[in-house]
Design a protein around this ligand. Structure first.
Ligand code: MOS
Length: 736
């Protein structure tokens, strides 16, 4: 083995490409002759299109085509692109005249120039027979129903006995917590460039899942998957929005086929609020029953979240409740209500971001009720096994996280009384919460090729959402092969490469990493066999099983003098060596529960007369398994934490309950944190190596950062003011 490269805090290998503009994102691909497509959206939330007038529009300058439900080519499945995984999506592909939400794509205009398409799209006249729409969550609750499934697991779970739990409870907290609709807005908009060459389709698409786009597109269009190639070398943020294929992808392909030219369709910023998913609204009723000493006797969590009328998507907010605390009795339920809005979807830490707000706020309320320190309350309820299933943990270091973060934050200096700390007119509050996100793995494949110049190209059809996939895979390859990191190039984002899963659910490192490792191990064996078999090599005739590869040198164990450089071997033999590797999770999941944890401590300042909340300081510690790159890991956490600040204080999509449009569907009015909103941030990791879960020991870090932060802020706001806000976001009107 070579010296450790995995874990080293190296710079992003794609960093210079990104800052120099050399990294090409989907919308920047421009096959010659490409025309521009713009989606026309419905303006009613429910109804039927009775008439579309586009005749004059077709004569406008530059206009090449207007696709509407009147003239769009019929697709084999009536637009129902059944896909799995990651989610079956009901797409709007102009196959009928029905409107299910305001903002639904109902036509596509293609023109020579982008501006011409925008202008023409605005002139398409549509008449509707409108129907009354379901837009009020409160009213829709009467029709709440149980979904068939959550993304992972069943909608309801229970363990022990709720009655026994209630009887044993000496203290109780029962409250309702709510979180609003939100919309992910990565810097990079969704975009698709569709290019047909005969019956072959190439899509340059902004996606978290090139293989998924390929499959879904093929199914929707009724063509073989082999005819579709999807390319996506860079993603400017995904966060779950780009984990599914949305209507615009297929519409771009349909439009390109129609006009016989490549077509570029970039979703606009206002279009990010509707047809491409978002985080569901939740209403969460939590009951915690405990003994006087703080040990939980019962934990109950009932969640209602919204979905569209087209399709079920359930925000699995009960997931963390099934895992966090050692309550002997538990009940969790998930219900859905339908609204006439676009289908919601995974949004960073789906389930856990919303669920931890409720459960971790309730734990803080229970701590107050029992007069037990909030950290101590969590430590007393550490679960030796996963409560809902009884499975052992592959590794669980949540207690170490609490202790480390508490110490670095200075928690022992906290006065437990609310309104006990102030700085002039600012009330100061300290709060904390547990962070958590489950660990997932899926099968993945990779290839590794050693070129004649001694450099290595490793490929896997995975994605880099900006998280650092390029960098950590190169690190894994370099260490496994025993060559310098600078000699390895990792390539991704193309369906011609070995297949990899969706970059979602924080599972790329743990899924693709082991496949890369296996490909590189196989390649290493081939290098040694080549050396052993080459008469001109100093290693000729040596036992390959006794050889090693270190820093680019092939050598024999215990014989330092007998060695050859990989470059000279490759150059002399003229060989190109290639190997493939695959990896898949085994049966560990039946026996072990795998989950990451963390602990977040936050100081807030609340202005006593204005209600303004500031967040000057956040200290956190995480147990996420072994780190592939310490710098990128901390960077991931910081991004998630900043989003947590946004979720706590700013983010909310305001649905107009009459028209069904989002009143603040733009980045001027949909508020997210800016630099001035983020104070000091400290991110720590506890040492951990979870090889039960994954051979590389890591569990994944993409999503956990946001979790716990909204509750820690709500808890700190309570500590500052004595006011308990159970409804996100915590805006100043709720504190006045
Ligand atoms: Mo993540 S919300 O599964 O991309």
């Amino acid at each position: 083995m070579s010296e450790a490269v995995i874990g080293r805090p190296v710079d992003r290998v794609d960093g210079s490409l990104k800052v120099s503009g050399g990294a090409r994102f989907a919308a920047e691909f421009h096959p010659s002759g490409a025309a521009y497509a713009v989606m026309v959206q419905s303006t009613v939330p429910n109804g039927r299109i009775t008439r579309i007038v586009a005749g004059e529009v077709r004569k406008m300058p530059g206009v090449l085509a207007v696709l509407t439900p009147d003239n769009a080519p019929a697709l084999p499945k009536k637009g129902r692109a059944a896909v799995n995984p990651p989610a079956g999506r009901v797409l709007s592909l102009l196959q009928d005249h029905e409107v299910h939400y305001n903002g639904q794509p109902i036509a596509v205009v293609v023109a020579e120039q982008f501006e011409q398409a925008v202008e023409a799209a605005a002139r398409v006249k549509v008449s509707y027979a409108a129907r009354s729409a379901k837009l009020a969550f409160e009213k829709a609750k009467a029709g709440a129903y149980k979904p068939k499934q959550l993304t992972h697991g069943k909608p309801d779970s229970s363990w022990g006995s709720a009655e026994a739990g209630l009887r044993a409870s000496e203290a109780r907290v029962e409250q309702v917590y709510t979180t609003p609709m939100e919309h992910h807005n990565p810097m990079e908009l969704h975009a698709t460039v569709a290019h047909w060459e005969g019956d072959r389709l190439t899509l340059y698409d902004a996606t978290q899942y090139v293989s998924g786009v390929r499959e879904t597109t093929a199914k929707a269009l009724g063509i073989p998957a082999e005819k579709v190639r999807v390319i996506c070398p860079f993603v400017g943020g995904g966060f779950g929005a780009k984990g599914s294929v949305w209507s615009h992808v297929i519409l771009a392909a349909m439009a390109a086929r129609e006009v016989g030219r490549p077509v570029k369709l970039v979703v606009t910023r206002p279009q990010m609020f509707g047809p491409v998913g978002g985080r569901p609204q939740t209403e969460q009723r939590v009951l915690l029953g405990a003994r006087r000493d703080g040990r939980l006797a019962l934990i109950r969590h009932e969640v209602i979240s919204h979905t569209s009328v087209m399709e079920d998507y359930a925000e699995a907010a009960t997931q963390p409740t099934r895992a966090l605390y050692a309550a002997p009795n538990g009940v969790t339920t998930q219900r859905l209500v339908q609204l006439n809005v676009g289908v919601p979807t995974f949004q960073r830490a789906p389930g856990e971001a919303t669920g931890t707000f409720a459960i971790e706020s309730a734990m803080d309320e229970l701590a107050r009720e029992l007069r037990i320190d909030p950290v101590e309350l969590r430590l007393r309820n550490y679960p030796e096994v996963e409560p809902a299933t009884g499975r052992r943990w592959s590794s669980n270091r949540v207690r170490e996280c609490h202790r480390l973060a508490a110490e670095r934050f200075g928690w022992s200096r906290r006065n437990a009384e609310p309104r006990s700390m102030r700085d002039g007119r600012w009330l100061v509050g300290w709060g904390m919460a547990t962070a958590t996100y489950p660990a997932h793995r899926m099968p993945a494949t990779a290839s590794a090729r050693l070129l004649r110049d001694g450099s290595v190209i490793v490929q896997s059809g995975t994605q880099d959402l900006g998280t650092g996939t390029y960098t950590i895979m190169a690190q894994i390859a370099a260490e496994t092969l025993g060559v310098p990191l600078s000699r390895v190039r990792f390539e991704l984002g193309d369906t011609t490469m070995p297949k990899a899963p969706v970059s979602g659910g924080s599972m790329t490192a743990a899924s693709v990493g082991p496949a890369v490792q296996n490909a590189c191990r196989a390649l290493r064996d081939k290098v040694m066999a080549l050396a052993a078999g080459d008469a001109a090599s100093p290693l000729h005739g040596q036992d390959a099983s006794r050889m090693d590869l270190r820093d680019g040198w092939i050598l024999v164990a215990n014989d330092g003098g007998r060695r050859e450089n990989v470059e000279s071997l490759m150059d002399r033999t003229g060989a190109v060596l290639e190997a493939r590797g695959e990896a898949a999770p085994g049966k560990e999941e039946e026996e072990y529960a795998s989950r990451s944890f963390g602990s977040v401590f936050i100081e807030v300042r609340v202005h006593e007369s204005l209600g303004t909340v500031r967040v000057p300081r956040i200290v956190s510690a995480y147990s996420v398994g072994r780190l592939m790159n310490a710098r990128l890991a901390a960077s991931q956490m910081k991004g998630g934490i900043v989003w947590g600040v946004g979720m706590a204080l700013f983010e909310k999509s305001d649905l107009d309950e009459h028209y069904g449009r989002f009143a603040n569907g733009n980045l001027a009015e949909y508020h997210v944190p800016v630099n001035a909103d983020v104070g000091e941030m400290e991110v720590h990791f506890v040492d951990e190596n979870d090889t039960v879960f994954s051979p590389l020991g890591g569990r994944g870090i993409g999503e956990i950062g946001i979790t716990g932060v909204p509750a820690a802020i709500a808890n700190a706001v309570w500590h500052a003011t004595g006011r308990r806000i159970r409804d996100l976001p915590i805006t100043l009107d709720k504190l006045l």
